[in-house]
Design a protein. Sequence first.
Length: 443
Amino acid sequence: MPRRLRLLVAGCALVLAGVPAVAQISFTTAVDLALRSSLKVKLAQVEVDKARAVLEESQDAYIPTLVGGSGLGYSYGFPVGQPSVFNVNSQSLLFNFSQHDYIRAARASLNAANLALRDARLAVAEDAAVTYLAVDRDQQRQSALQDESGYAAKLVTIVQQRLDAGQDTPIDLTTARLTAAQIHLAQLRAEDELVADQEHLGRLTGLPAQGLTVVPSSVPAFPEPAADPRGDAPPPYSPAVESAYAVAHAKQEIAFGDSRYLWRPQIYFAAQYNRFSKINNYDLYYRNFQHNNAGIGIQITLPVFDMVHKAKARESAADAVRAKLDADLVRDQFLDGQKRVRRSTEELRARAEVANLDQQLAQQQLDMMRVRLQAGSGNFSEPQMTPKDEQNTRIAEREKFLTVLNTNFEMRQVEINLLRQTGDLEPWLKMTAQLQQVTSPHP
């Protein structure tokens, strides 16, 4: 018995090893995992860290530096150089007309980096949400196509029987087989799209793509998009547009600081201490030689003529103009895209309503046909319903349902993009996460 038990356990282990693991995630979990594992978000965070370091670097110019060193060496005859046991030097900036401009530019750059990070997070969240809905659509479409394939197989069998009985023609059989082949081709394409969407969702979330499924009930209700601003009201800009204008502001501050380089004093603090060595023969050539030496003071420089900095100021001014024009271009593209998405949303909503009504009509026709097939028609002048008509109606109803799935997915995709462009995507996702925490059962 123990040997048989071991064989049974080993066989079960082999069977389970061949079955792929199934991972099921909710909507908010998919978005959260995508934000945590996204390389785009991590790169944007690195840019924020870099911009913060640049700001600290420009501010720390006023903090004195402290450098120590040593220059020991033997000399013969008249001492050359300045051999010291050790020396300490300190220096810092006290006043510079351009430094405050550079600090403001660094702050603007940090603001631009934070806005770019927010835009990257929104882009990843949008991609994760749309991909999640795509996997949901693919799963439902695969189930509908499987039903449709069964109906097509029954239709081929029925038409073959009717052909054998002399009630149908070979054309009818070829038409039925063509319908079954077209549905099989649609199944293959749908399976490929499902695998591709699962792989993309797996890359976004960091989960294995094989067996990755979604929970349709976890998809929240979509809010109504913000109304289109009219009149003189400023439209809500995306973080990408605000980041572009922040970059332009930083470039302007740098250009202003470079333009104030000439004919403006620069004041520095400097301090130094040297402990000269006793092994060199300084005392043979200098009276009252002192081994301990220190100095402290300020240094004032006045740039009068510097063609390099004048050219640098012109370069900075050109960069500022270019950055402002780039920001205006990003703004115009954003506004045009927002208008286009709003119009697409209205059109897709109308298409979705038409598709839903069409599918409901097909379902009602199917129900009516079922009743007529079961009860029979009392009017012999009307054409009698046949099982062939039933299968054709079932196939037509499934086709209308597939149209509903595709239209609803396109509408949701555009709605998510519109939520991002109007600034409502992040609040919607946060509200969804809070509602899920409240409604989720506690262990």
